[in-house]
Design a protein. Sequence first.
Lengths: 376, 335, 282
Amino acid sequence: MQRRPGISRTIFIIALVVVAAVSGVTGYLVNGFLHPPAAGETLNGAGATFPYPFLSAVANNYSRIHPNIQVNYQAIGSGAGIKALGAKTVDFAASDAPLSAAQIAALPAAALHIPETIGAVVVAYNLSGILTGLNLNSTTIARIFQGNITMWNDPRIQALNPSLTLPAQQILVVHRSDGSGTTFVFSGYLNTAATGVWVLGQATSIAWPVGIGAFGNQGVAGPLLGTHYTIGYVELAYALTNSAMTYGFVRNHDNTTFVKPSLANVTYAAQNATAAPVTLPEGNQSWASVNLLNAKGLESYPIVSFTYLLVYRELSIVPGMTLDKAKALVDFLWFVVHNGQAQASPLAYVPLPAGTVAIDERSVESITFNGQTLPT
Amino acid sequence: MGETRRMGQLRRPTSDDIFVIQSGIFASAIIVVLVLTGYVLVSGSVPVWSKFGRGFLTGTTWSPVKEVFGALPYILGTIVTSLIAIAIGVPLSIGVAIFLSEMAPHAIRAAGSGVLGGLIRTMLRILSSGIELLAAVPSVIYGLWGLFVFRFWVLDYVETPLSKYLGSVPVFSGTPFGLDILTAGLILAIMIIPTVSAISREVMTAVPLAQREAAYSIGATRWEVIRISVLGYARSGIFGAAILGLGRAVGETMAVTMVIGNAIGAQAIPSSLFRPGQTMSSLIANEFNEADPTSLHPAALIGVGLVLFMFAITINVLAQLLVWRVLKIKSGSVE
Amino acid sequence: MSNQSVREFKDWLAFIIGGVCVILAMIPLLSILADVVLRGLPALNLEFLTSGPGVIGQPGGGIANSIEGSLILVGLTCLMGVPLGVISGIFLSEFGDNKYGRFIRFLNDVLSEFPSIVVGILAYSFVVLTVGSFSTIAGAIALSIIMMPIVTRATEESLKLVPSSIRDAAAALGIKKWRSTLSVVLSTGRNGVVTGVLLAIARIAGETAPLILTVLGSQLFFSGLTKPVDALPLRIYRLALLPYASAQQQGWGAALVLIAIVLTLNIGVRLATRGRMSSVRS
């Protein structure tokens, strides 16, 4: 019986080499060749998708100045970030929503809220022929996202926009499918400003009666850009940096005008909301009642919020934490609230007001490792 | 070779015995994996079963905040998308299998040797490889393609016309937007074609020559031979192939997550093909990383995983039994 | 119209319909390949392949860390999955002709079509929670659970094709069974084993769902077995969802790299075993 050889020994050896080449050995060596291993620290963080572009830019800048410290941030949603912090699998978390009393109680140790920047939630839509500037108010927004208003040419929307011709098309709502601080802020606004109409409450995860769910701010922006007749809510930064995105003006708290979500108007709102007699809590206190929503003032955009970095006050609780790493983390946090703020505006984020920076300074200075305070 | 054995004493283990035992231990790893999986899924989901009992399977509210969990919408989502996949994918696969295994060889023979025959032979080989390469494409790339390309095809060429003419039928109600249950089902249909068609082909080629020859001898056409002899004989094997395809569709995660629209709770009930939905596997992929461990949420997700596990095991066991029965003739070592 | 011509017409109709089915099935493959190449090629340049991610939303940066992560994950997975799979396959083919062997074989087939997300849950519960963080090792363990049944099946089938005359000859020479199995039989059946391993590698290189639950993803290059790591399919998933055109293009670029690797392995295997009787049911 003649046995026809399938693959020769040479090809077999080549195949083995291919397998070996595909193996981690080569991968590891190649990495070592192109990027010598950083003899330094890696800081791991996870959480909100909103501050992702900001954190990414600040971390990039920071690593350029301190090449031995690298920051790895995974934008997996506020909820997942808080969970990771509780599980101590990250060094810091980021969330648009402050920790609730239950979440604070569930953490293994005391954590600090460190507001890192200010953002706003924008109501974006995709209507051909209609540019940015659709007028909306809180009750109309509430009705749209609850499914009470289903058509674009509904008289209630039309009444706010007498000069526009709205299409006779069904509205497709796009919302978040993950536990989101952006949802928390958006639903908080509707809860406060549309009481009586909005019945779904304020939470990071809402039982939306209509619409499609998407993962992350980036997931919502996708369908908004790609599908007609959609409406959704995204953070300001995603809307401003995407020239194709069209978004609406929202009625202000004073009920005098429709306010455009711009950096200036959001800054104005933040300042109004943090001015006396309002006092913000310290980093180690609860921020659950803090909100910058519905601020007074002519040009105050009403859907504004802090976004927070969350970190344990006593860092030794995180496995793998060393003194050097703790110092690096503190240094990075200090950078974020000082030099990093200069990177905010170009990326369509609002820098922190001076009073908030002062609170953050006190918080960062209070971070300890094994009881030892760390230099800032 | 024979060592005299004293009564009551075990033979000293030889190196061969050790080899059998060692390799047997490695092979048993699979039992360990399956048992561990069952253990993790059951023990991890106990809190939800004790709180909701059977209500977990029949409830439709899914609220991590209020800690009320009902998995029915997702179970239905998995069932509906998989059924769409089978309904579209299996006939296509059988068509492919018939063409490549029965009709094509005839075409080759008819074309004879020479340029035309060689051309047809090469083309058929390419087609056959092409179908199998469909299986090699990773799921996430199907999802990427589905998200940016396929969903617009479905929207423009399938959903919009269906909505225009049959919009009053409940199953086609609602304005279609492309990211919905139908698109997910159709992508699954494409993904199961390689598996179902390959096994159908194996099963069809396993039909003994005598069956076919008998039909040819009485003057049956090619199609009649297939219809009478091959399909009838291979029926249970093809059925098994379809069940295997069902198993693949049920377990598919990434492609589905990217095109199904990610609805939650009662909104996810597949009342219309044009509504966004959610399957058991896409739900877990979306929510697992953020499920707060101090709440019931992770247990609920693991409970959904358990249901998925049971589905997959039942379907796969059924499929293996069916396919084995037909292939028993063909499989086995060549001595 | 005569009965004969009706029957012949039906015959032709069946042929055409069959052909149409094949064409319909091929369209997605061609479309995917075309889209991946057309949309992904513009993203490919040296920086894309050799540097880590830049600032998101801005052009620049690359997927080198994802490629590296995938390579390392595949390597680790092979380290665990290949010996496990090959030796299990040897057991099934040489000593598996009994009830226990049939049982194991059955379970093996059941596990090979398993929902990968459930494997992810298993690896999360046992490895991520034990190690205390999302980690490379967790991902590798999840992937090796997926790889094992494929390699076992391939090994068993190719060893079964080795004629018993070889085993008999070895026994006649007095070689111990374990020795002859490992040296002679395995060597003779190596084609099928290599085929199976390469196909398994192609499969796990594209797995995403278990990685979401086990390695999390990372902006950085490989930083340790117990730290998160990035991987190509994971990266594609995350990039696809970003609303920035530059990020989406990078996603297609990464998809191009992944599909190039996977298809090269598959087509290579196909070409190398052309004409052989041995087949591996993937």
